[in-house]
Design a protein around this ligand. Structure first.
Ligand SMILES: [Zn+2]
Length: 322
């Protein structure tokens, strides 16, 4: 009908004139891999970031800041900010990667490192009485796993077997994820309880498919971090556009691995300036922009809810949360 065609054309002209920021709010949205106290310049800014997350329906953030790493780990402060923002935070126990591993653990055995993790899990972090809900992030270097990093991974495996808590890893630029899977599986870890971190920094579909086929989960946990200060001396600024993450997610979902992906931003204050249209502009609220972009790219609302809420809750042994 001609009369119907005219207004549609007009509408198209209007929408193409000014592009609107996509936004897909999701009640119960959860972030799997964050360092909230290092995401803002101070507690007030951190609170604002948490509130931006709450505004889109966010209810849960996992703080995976390990022991003895340069990022701020203050569970009582974060708990009080989270309470004010009316969201829930969970904590991890673990050691990061070289060169950020404390000298003191060099002389410890795998079992002794595991004992440290288990003590925090059973008795709480420091004197706070707040018990970790995950083991991590435990990490490995770029294209290599050092003997000490392997020892920490094996200690994480022992702590997992004893406590049943899931393990969240760090990979550097999305390398060595498969080797992490090998080590953890060989140490008797149930891979359904493992999130291999920063898989979205590796654009290789086969790498991601192989990790998911083994039964582990893929951390698409640097969403919006399109530019960041690389740990590698050869590249001062590293680059991974969200278009790559969206393409990978669509391919993985198409192949039936939509229940193996969890989302997060891994947002750090020092890198927000490098990402003005994502982390800088929206803070933790960027997750809802990214979900909106996934919807625009054709991903269904159920798949989005799995990625941003249900999968992580399953891994954490929780149900519901809406
Ligand atoms: Zn990490």
């Amino acid at each position: 009908m001609e009369s119907a065609q005219v207004p549609r054309e007009k509408m198209n002209k209007k929408t193409s004139h000014k592009e609107r920021t996509p936004w897909f709010p999701l009640q119960g949205a959860s972030l799997s891999h964050e360092h909230p106290l290092s995401a803002g310049r101070g507690p007030e800014e951190v609170l604002e970031l948490l509130q931006a997350f709450k505004k889109g329906g966010g209810t849960l953030i996992v703080d995976v800041t390990p022991k003895g790493c340069p990022l701020r780990r203050d569970v009582e402060l974060l708990c009080s900010l989270a309470e004010e923002a009316e969201i829930e935070v969970l904590f991890g126990t673990g050691y990061y990667k070289e060169p950020h591993l404390p000298l003191s653990i060099r002389k410890l055995s795998t079992e002794e490192i595991a004992e440290e993790f288990i003590q925090e899990i059973e008795e709480g972090i420091g004197e706070t009485g707040i018990r970790p809900a995950v083991i991590g992030e435990v990490g490995t270097s770029f294209r290599e796993i050092t003997p000490l990093e392997k020892k920490v991974l094996l200690a994480a495996a022992i702590a997992h077997r004893q406590s049943g808590l899931p393990i969240i890893t760090h990979t550097t630029h999305g390398t060595m994820g498969l080797q992490q899977v090998e080590i953890l599986e060989g140490a008797g870890v149930d891979l359904r309880s493992v999130i291999i971190g920063h898989c979205d920094l590796n654009p290789d579909l086969d790498y991601n498919l192989e990790i998911a086929r083994r039964g582990a989960n893929l951390g698409f946990d640097t969403v919006g971090k399109e530019r960041w200060a690389s740990a590698l001396p050869s590249e001062v600024i590293a680059h991974r556009p969200d278009e790559d993450r969206i393409r990978l997610i669509l391919e993985l979902c198409e192949r039936g691995f939509g229940e193996n992906i969890v989302l997060s931003l891994d947002m750090l204050h020092k890198e927000r300036e490098l990402n003005p249209r994502t982390h800088k502009k929206h803070g933790y609220g960027y997750i809802f922009v990214f979900l909106g972009r996934l919807r625009q790219a054709g991903l269904g609302s159920t798949e989005c809810a799995n990625l941003a809420r249900n999968n992580l809750r399953r891994i954490l042994g929780r149900r519901g949360g809406e």
